[in-house]
Design a protein around this ligand. Structure first.
Ligand SMILES: Cc1ncc(COP(=O)(O)O)c(C=O)c1O
Length: 366
């Protein structure tokens, strides 16, 4: 038996006809950049999420970079970011010349709201919470701190489409919500794509210009921007993915419930989920002190797993200039040593889920 970590062809096959119709419609339209498909997607996604404005871009990383830029954050400024995030969250800060200030996560793998205030200085301009693995951070607390210190909040929602906390969707709490539609994400494109949500008209206008060379009017450039436009084909595809987002999230929740019920290995700690939150399980993250041995054991049985993420950003070579040390963020460093992600995706066969459960339970700590 072989169990893939993810098999996108299975997810695609669930809605193949709709995807194919969307692509053909767009190809036959003769209009491929900044057209009606993107306009329609932006309107529909904003409405679906309960935001005033949506701006489609090339990727989740671009969404984050442009969010930081649109808020005027740059050299000499600091942005608070979780120490256990994917590198892209941090790159958005450093790409703008600003400095990331790392804060440890809580037991839910999210930025620990109780540790933020100690990291605020007079240079702090924003808090960048990451709804990691598909579970929303404690946004009420984070937004209250931001208000107290007059800071922006940029939400990294790359893994958390339709996740909620206290009944509100991740990405609608802060100044700007940033989304990735990388194909494996809860709401995936069939290529690279990303988007930003905001309720602020001025920021929305600036973001629309920034993604298109800084030009709001053709050949007039009041600001310097980039080329980061979501193309028409991906916009058309994303309207299909958006229609089925709830089903995908529910299916992964069903797998997560099966994992929780079936896995009883004493070497394994299952992920914590906040009662007041709807987790969308982009990643089902276990903790295991013998993680590498568990991963080897599972692979021997044919179960592929991943580690999200083996090296925290503060210890990556590219951030050597920040002079962080091993041991400085012990919770994040422990997660990097102990985290293991089990297969979980829309279209995953039930027998694969059962096989994973048995395989995890058969680990004896070797
Ligand atoms: C937390 C997080 N932020 C940002 C990104 C960047 O998204 P993209 O791959 O679309 O650039 C990712 C992608 O993996 C991510 O997981």
């Amino acid at each position: 038996m072989s169990v893939d970590f993810v098999k996108l062809k299975r997810t695609y096959d669930l809605y193949a006809t709709e995807y194919e119709q969307a692509v053909l419609r767009t190809m036959k339209s003769g209009w491929y950049i900044l057209g009606t498909e993107l306009d329609d997607f932006e309107n529909k996604y904003a409405e679906y999420m309960g935001s005033k404005y949506c701006i489609g871009v090339n990727s989740g990383l671009d969404a984050l970079i442009l969010a930081v830029r649109a808020l005027g954050i740059g050299s000499g400024d600091e942005v608070i970011v979780p120490a256990n995030t994917y590198i892209a969250s941090v790159l958005s800060i450093t790409e703008n010349g600003a400095t990331p200030v790392f804060v440890e996560p809580d037991e839910y793998f999210c930025l620990d709201a109780d540790k933020i205030e100690a990291a605020i200085t007079e240079k702090t301009k924003a808090i960048l919470p990451v709804h990691l693995y598909g579970q929303a951070c404690e946004m009420r607390k984070i937004c209250a701190i931001a208000e107290k210190y007059n800071l922006y909040v940029i939400e990294d929602c790359a893994q958390s489409h339709d996740a909620t906390i206290n009944g509100q969707k991740a990405g609608t709490f802060g100044t700007i919500g940033c989304f990735s539609f990388y194909p494996t994400k809860p709401m995936g494109a069939l290529g690279d794509a990303g988007a930003l949500l905001t309720d602020d008209e001025k920021i929305a206008k600036k973001l629309k210009a920034l993604r298109n060379y800084g030009s709001a009017k053709k050949y007039i450039n009041d600001i310097a921007g980039v080329n980061s436009r979501m193309d028409e084909v991906q916009a058309a595809i994303l309207k299909v993915s958006m229609k089925h987002l709830k089903e995908g999230n529910e299916y992964r929740n069903w797998i997560a419930r099966k994992y929780r019920k079936g896995i009883y290995n004493p070497f394994v700690k299952l992920p914590e989920c906040r009662e007041e939150s709807y987790h969308v399980y982009h990643v089902f993250a276990l903790l295991c002190e013998k993680r590498d041995a568990l991963q080897k054991h599972l692979l021997k049985l044919g179960v592929k797993t991943l580690i999200h993420y083996p090296i925290p950003p503060h210890l990556q070579q590219c951030y050597g200039y920040l002079n962080h040390m091993n041991g400085e963020f012990p919770i994040s460093e422990t997660y990097a040593l102990q985290e293991l992600s089990l297969p979980i995706y829309a279209g995953m066969p039930e027998e694969d889920v059962d096989f994973v459960i048995e395989a995890v339970n058969s680990f004896e700590g070797e």
